[in-house]
Design a protein. Structure first.
Ligand SMILES: [Zn+2]
Length: 98
């Protein structure tokens, strides 16, 4: 059975390939601000991580996020991202723009 092509991305925490919409995009803006990108349209360097604080912590601990951003990720950034994650809305369905 053939499935439709689903865009896949790698989580920088567990390094597993997953459908893009199941992952969270973390982006470092040109100004150096690191945040979740729920729209997929923020400018800057991005990295993908599972909706899991564990993966986020792994990504930071293993310096995968720093590598993706070519910039250091501070403990306060890690805490801020980890505290935001449980409050993020569920992934949007793939129909319609916006
Ligand atoms: Zn993961």
């Amino acid at each position: 059975m053939k499935q439709r092509k689903i865009p896949m991305r790698m989580c920088v925490g567990c390094r597993e390939m997953k459908p893009k919409r199941e992952l969270l995009r973390v982006v470092r803006s040109p100004e150096g601000e690191i945040s979740f990108d729920l729209t997929g349209r923020k400018p800057g360097r991005g990295a993908y991580v599972c909706r899991s604080v564990e993966c986020l912590n792994q990504a930071i601990k293993k310096k995968q996020l720093e590598r993706a951003f070519s910039a250091p990720v501070s403990e306060s950034v890690r805490e801020s991202l980890a505290s935001q994650m449980p409050q993020l809305p569920p992934p949007a369905e793939e129909n319609g723009d916006e």
